[in-house]
Design a protein around this ligand. Structure first.
Ligand code: S3P
Length: 174
């Protein structure tokens, strides 16, 4: 990947702030922002909750993979920021695509209780967020995978702009 044409890929669990930090980073850098879940929803013409409810998780994962493939293979006129849904980086076939794309992966991390409370404060329905114990188990199962990212940023107690500035500085971007 040329330094003129970079992709920053934000990963992490539900409630990590991937979309809001992605938007803030996009404003700071003047780079376009893309959200994988938005692409999936446009492609399917229905929201995430409806996809899970009516077609199940295996279908969602197939569309997620195809959408990621399309996004990463599209000719990019400029650098960009891409936010993934919480389960996307955990799928080995998606990780392969991401590694091959040469993008910089950034893991936005936070303690489980904070992730849970952030999700509670949001309106978006999350099919894979049921109760705190199930949420914690899923996070623990996924965390080793998230730790394979090029960079981990601790987001606990920080606001979106502070996190975006930290990502920007850690990646040496002005
Ligand atoms: C998922 C997280 C969601 C969304 C879908 C599956 C997951 O995205 O992609 O509900 O497997 O953790 P957010 O992480 O943005 O909530």
């Amino acid at each position: 990947m040329s330094s003129q044409n970079r992709t920053i890929i934000l990963i992490g669990f539900m409630g990590a702030g991937k979309t809001s930090v992605g938007r803030a980073l996009s404003r700071r850098l003047g780079w376009p922002f893309e959200d994988l879940d938005d692409h999936i929803q446009s492609r399917e013409g229905r929201n995430i909750e409806e996809i899970f409810r009516d077609s199940g998780e295996p279908h969602f994962r197939r569309v997620e993979h195809q959408s990621l493939r399309d996004l990463l293979s599209a000719q990019q006129p400029s650098s960009r920021i891409l936010a993934l849904g919480g389960g996307a980086f955990v799928q080995p076939e998606n990780q392969e695509l991401i590694v091959a794309s040469g993008g910089s992966t950034v893991f936005l991390d936070a303690p489980i209780d904070e992730l849970w409370h952030r999700c509670q404060a949001e309106e978006a329905a999350r099919p894979l967020r049921r109760d705190l114990e199930q949420f914690r188990q899923l996070y623990e199962q996924r965390r080793p995978c998230y730790l394979r990212a090029s960079l981990r940023v601790e987001t606990s107690g920080k606001d979106v702009e502070t996190i975006a500035a930290e990502v920007q500085n850690s990646l040496g971007l002005r």
